[in-house]
Design a protein around this ligand. Sequence first.
Ligand code: CTP
Ligand code: MG
Length: 378
Amino acid sequence: MTTAAIILAAGRGERAGGELPKQWCMLAGRPVVAYALDAFRRAGLAPILLVIRPEDTPRARALLSEAVETVSGGETRAQSVRNGLEALAGRGIERVLIHDGARPLVSAALIARVREGLEHAPGAAPALPVSDALWLGAEGRVEAAVPRAGLFRAQTPQGFDYAAIRAAHRRQSEDAADDVEIALAAGLDVRIVEGDEDNIKLTWPVDFARAERIIGGAAMDVRAGSGYDVHRFGPGEAVTLCGVTIAHERALEGHSDADVGMHALTDAIYGALAEGDIGRHFPPGEERWKNAASDIFLEHAAARMRARGFALTSADVTLICETPKIAPHAEAMRRRLAAILDVETSRVSVKATTSEGLGFTGRKEGIAAMASVTLVAQ
Ligand code: CTP
Ligand code: MG
C-alpha cells in the first residue's frame, strides 16, 4: 500500500503576525515545518510533498531529503492541497495523508491511528470532542448558548483514499476549512479517530510559547531586557516620574510627558521581546504623542508581551537624579507601574540614586533612568 503525505506550508500566517510566515519561524531552535516533515519521514510515508510558496524554495531546501519534494501552493488552502494531489498523479499512490505544516506536534501514534482508520473507510481524520460550553456571541456579548453534544474539533493529518479525494477536490473549486469538508461534499465516508490535545495548530503569536512548552525545550524560557532614558530639565513646576506627578521647581522636556522612568521600563520590555524600542512603535515626530501620558507606551509593551505569551516576573527601575527626592514617592510609583502592567506590586521595584554631584545628573541638568525586567513564557 503506497501512502503519500502532503504537508501544507504555503499560507501567509497572517494571524500569527511576525516577519516570516509562521511555518518558517523557529520553534525551540528549528523551523516549524521541520517537525511535521520529521514525523512523517519517521512514519515511513513516501513520497512526502511539501507545498510551499515559490519564494520560500531557498528556505525549504535546507529541510529537503531524498524523500521530500516541493510543490507550489495556491491562493487558498484547498488550492494548495489540489496542487499537491495533482503532483502525485500517475505515481501509483493509493492513500494520502494531508497535514497542516503549522501543526508541528503531530505524534507517531496519531499518524498510526489515521492510517488504521483508513483500513475501514475511504476517509479518516483526528478530532477531539468539544468539552467547553459553546456560545454564539458578537461585540463582546453572549447572544445564545449552543449545544455542544456531537461537536468535534477537527485536526490533521486527514487521510483519504487517493483517487477519491482527488476526484472530490476536482469537483470543488472554492476554499474549505479542511479536506474532510471537501470529502463530505463528495459523499465520502469519513471516520473519526482520536485526536491529540498537543497537536495544536500554530495560529496566533501566543501559540508558539504553548508549543515550546509542550516540546519541553522551553519550559524555562526566561527573557531579560534592559532600558535606559534621559530627559533634560526645562522651565516648569512639576515632573512626572513612573506615572506619579511631583511638584518641582523644574519640569522635564520631551515630546510626550517626558516620564523618563516609564520610558526606560517600556524599553526594557521591548528589549526582552527583541521588538525594538519606543521610537519604533511610537515614532517621535508624530503630533498625537505630543504631551501624551506615557501610560500608553507601557500599556502597549505589556500588551505585546502578553500577546507573545509572556508574563512579567520582575521589573526594577532606578531613577538617577539629585532632585526631586524620590523615596517619599517610590511606593506610589510602584503601585502605578504595577497597575498599568497588571501585576502584583511586589514584582515592581522603584529606587533612586544621586550621582554625587558628578556629570549631567549631578549638575541637575536632567534625570536619567535605567530599568530591567524579566519575562517568563506562560
Ligand atoms: N496553507 C497553504 N496554502 C494556503 C493557505 C494555507 O498551504 N493558500 C496552509 C498553511 O501554511 C497552514 C495550513 O494550510 O499550514 C492551515 O492554514 P492556516 O492555519 O489558516 O495558515 P495560514 O493561512 O498561513 O494562516 P492565516 O490564516 O492566519 O493567514
Ligand atoms: Mg488561513
